[in-house]
Write a protein that binds this ligand. Structure first.
Ligand code: ASP
Length: 299
């Protein structure tokens, strides 16, 4: 038995903006990423490898707010956050505000594998990347016209929370029964002062534990962190015995929503059950299991 689920960001697309062409592109991007992760699981690979491959695919695709095509800071730079966690060992690796790293999720994975640390930031994380042969790219690789426009809109609105969201993530259950999660993002458009979102915060936007589930969040990071959303889903299942669906609905549609955050999450439990829950208009999302069941959806 194996299953994978992915997201390409919540609250980032509105019904009115979603042209036929845009929808086609999103669906193709999601299909490609889902297949990259699914193929790892189908040939008996680990959940950790599967979520890394799925997220890498979306980091390489300029459509999504991660890696190439990520949001721009107020200074027109791309600064990215990412995290990966293994539900079996509870080992985790994360990076905050790294620049010029082609695949921040590969750097997070190297931190998980090769250090005793969990979270490295900025120059230190980039020095570690250099020492470990992680690929870099020049600024032009990351900056797209679309994100530049979004930054101008965000600056006009003077409220970075309303424009330019999105994040990518994946959760998986492998044939050995292990769970894993990966999340990667450019954060919100027009972010300032070294702002870090929920994605690289273990327990905030990213958490996996074989005792219950794996969760990747997306949306208003400040609210997700304050709700400790990913770990809260785990706690409701592990301590209180709630089902995956009950736990996800309480955290996303009650806790995060009541705080005021527009957000979503994808989650998977030990039986391969998947939940894709969001409290706003859209979440780019997809899942597939070993029987070929699944879906790709946006609104
Ligand atoms: N959660 C991300 C952050 O706050 C952004 C998003 O998913 O929309 O950095």
């Amino acid at each position: 038995m194996f299953t994978i689920a992915i997201h390409g960001g919540a609250c980032s697309v509105t019904r009115s903006e979603l042209t036929e062409e845009k929808e086609k592109q999103y669906r193709e991007g999601l299909e490609e990423a889902l297949t990259a992760g699914y193929n790892v699981l189908a040939r008996g690979g680990s959940a950790l490898d599967a979520v890394e491959q799925a997220v890498k695919s979306m980091e390489d695709n300029p459509l999504f707010n991660a890696g190439r095509g990520a949001n721009l800071t107020s200074e027109e730079k791309v600064e990215m956050d990412a995290a990966i966690m293994c539900g079996k060992t509870l080992k985790a690796g994360a990076v905050a505000n790294v620049r010029n790293i082609r695949n921040p999720i590969a750097l997070a994975r190297a931190i998980l594998e090769k250090t005793e640390n969990v979270l490295l930031d900025k120059d230190g994380a980039m020095a570690f990347a250099r020492d470990h042969g992680i690929p870099f790219e020049p600024d032009e690789y990351f900056v797209t016209e679309h994100r530049f426009q979004m930054l101008q809109e965000a600056k006009e609105e003077e409220e970075s929370n309303n424009v330019g969201k999105g994040t990518v993530g994946a959760v998986a259950l492998d044939q050995e029964g292990n769970l894993a999660v990966a999340t990667s993002t450019g954060g919100i458009a027009n972010k300032k002062y070294g702002r870090v979102g929920d994605s690289p915060i273990i327990g905030g936007g990213t958490y996996a534990n074989n005792r219950a589930c794996a969760i990747s969040c997306t949306g208003d990071g400040e609210y997700i962190m304050r709700a400790v959303a990913a770990h809260d889903v785990f706690c409701l299942m592990d301590y209180k015995g709630l089902s995956l669906r009950e736990a996800c609905e309480i955290v996303m549609k009650e806790k995060v929503k009541e705080l005021g955050g527009g957000a979503g999450l994808i989650a998977i439990d030990r039986s391969g059950q998947v939940e894709l829950v969001f409290n706003c208009e859209s979440m780019l999302r997809a899942w597939r299991n070993e029987r070929g069941e699944g879906e790709i959806a946006i609104l």
